[in-house]
Design a protein around this ligand. Sequence first.
Ligand SMILES: [Zn+2]
Length: 196
Amino acid sequence: MFHPASRLKNKSSRIGLGVYATEFIPHGTITYIRDPLELVINDLDYAALPPLLLAPVERYAYVDEQGNRILSWDLGKYVNHCCFPNTMTTGFGFEIAIRDILPGDEITDEYGLFNLEAPMALSCSKPGCRGIVSASDLDTHVSVWDEEVKSALLRIRQVEQPLWSLVQPELEAQIDDFLADPEQHYPSLSLVKRRQ
Ligand SMILES: [Zn+2]
């Protein structure tokens, strides 16, 4: 499920839709969490899909560490990449705001963590835009991204969390272990890489 203080808006005719914050979303807020309504498409399901359904899956699904394609039922699938995103996946199965997000800001994400099967040309137009994003970006940037996510996770108990009821007890225990000893219990983003 995606953070409720968000809405879809047409970004441009070239890029199409984007997801925008309707309220202030503080650094450390869970912005997306995998929930039981997400469509999980394994390799066998994917191979059996009618050709007409391949394009939407390619466009809107991300690939998890087990190689499953995850298709969100709500706004999560419309979040655009940015080379300087304001949210990032955590290695805990949810995404987190890695900086404060103001009302009206576009909510953006780092696609380098989504196990893209083919490099994707970028048009985030930020200074320093990488131009192309691919699964191998994770190897290059993991230490920087880990630090951004750790800094956000340290605030997780200090900010309002509208999605907290979807955090399962086992995950809550992992989060508390992390908060008790961040250096020992941080699951590096390298773990989100698809296992071959
Ligand atoms: Zn970019």
